[in-house]
Design a protein around this ligand. Structure first.
Ligand code: ZN
Length: 290
């Protein structure tokens, strides 16, 4: 009896159940860890794709296996730990080479303990380079490189449900531009981001919704693509208006009285246009996990 109770408690913490899950489309589920991370399970006839895995609290694999018994292929939109931590519940994962650089580096504090307890902390990584069509069985998912927020970012296009999964590159609230492998100028980042938005716009006839990894979902594509392109152009031209406060949807204010996970990234700034918003650093900041 005690053993049964322990198993039932794997995914319960002081706030209740760690993970919530709900069906968003046929054979398609969203799972969240309550920390503002959204991951997606796409079930094909042969296997299922899990897009991102949250930060490795509890055991996300149990949640996935409550939904499907199919073989799971773990694919990461990019290498930030809030997307890759739970990979270590499986023996292997797929991501870009650039995403793999920090994928196994837990954020500071409790994340390190959670990660160390996982079955496969040294899981095998297979590289994706973009352009692949991953066949789940009567359901193909296209890999589209869109690196700006992170060097390793991809979007995943599922024509079957007419859905685009965009990771952290196109989001409500904000896209952050300061947690990267390498520092490059804000203007250069905006050029890359604009190019990616045009790439997604070119495939617009193939999807109706964008499913992001944080904040509000789903996103109506046209306004987000157009406003992000317009904001990218204002940054490139030097006309973007910097707001007085960084506070946003799912993002802390620059009032340092509250715990702010981004204190190591220098002074941060927010720019906005329509539904698009970026937060960037005055320093050309790169990845910290301390
Ligand atoms: Zn990210």
């Amino acid at each position: 009896m005690r053993e049964v109770n322990m198993m039932q408690n794997t995914n319960v913490n002081e706030n209740g159940k760690i993970y919530g899950k709900w069906k968003i489309m046929p054979d398609t589920w969203c799972i969240t860890d309550g920390w503002g991370n959204f991951i997606y399970l796409l079930i094909g006839k042969e296997k299922a794709m899990l897009i991102d895995t949250c930060s490795c609290e509890g055991n996300v694999r149990e949640v996935v296996e409550e939904i499907t018994e199919k073989e799971i292929m773990v694919v990461n939109t990019h290498g930030h730990f809030d997307h890759t931590g739970g990979n270590a519940c499986w023996p292997e994962a797929w991501m870009t080479k650039e995403a793999s650089v920090h994928a196994k580096e837990p954020f500071a504090g409790i994340y390190k303990e959670w990660f160390a307890q996982k079955l496969y902390p040294d899981y095998k990584i297979h590289f994706l380079s973009g352009g692949e069509e991953i066949d789940l069985g009567e359901r193909k998912v296209e890999v589209i490189p869109i690196p700006a927020h992170s060097e390793g970012s991809i979007a995943l296009l599922d024509r079957k449900t007419r859905s685009l999964f965009g990771g952290d590159e196109i989001e409500a609230g904000q896209v952050i531009l300061f947690v990267r492998n390498e520092a490059i100028s804000l203007q250069e980042l905006a050029k890359r981001h604009r190019e990616n938005m045009y790439k997604l716009k070119a495939k617009r006839k193939d999807y109706d919704w964008i499913w992001p990894a944080h904040n509000g979902l789903p996103l109506y594509p046209d306004d987000y693509l157009n406003d992000y392109i317009a904001l990218d152009e204002e940054i490139i031209n030097g006309t973007a208006k910097v707001l007085a406060n960084t506070a946003g949807f799912g993002f802390p204010p620059d009032n340092q009285a509250v715990p702010n996970p981004f204190l190591n990234y220098g002074k941060l700034y927010r720019v906005e246009k329509g539904v698009a918003s970026f937060v960037f650093s005055e320093e050309e900041s790169v990845y910290h996990n301390d």
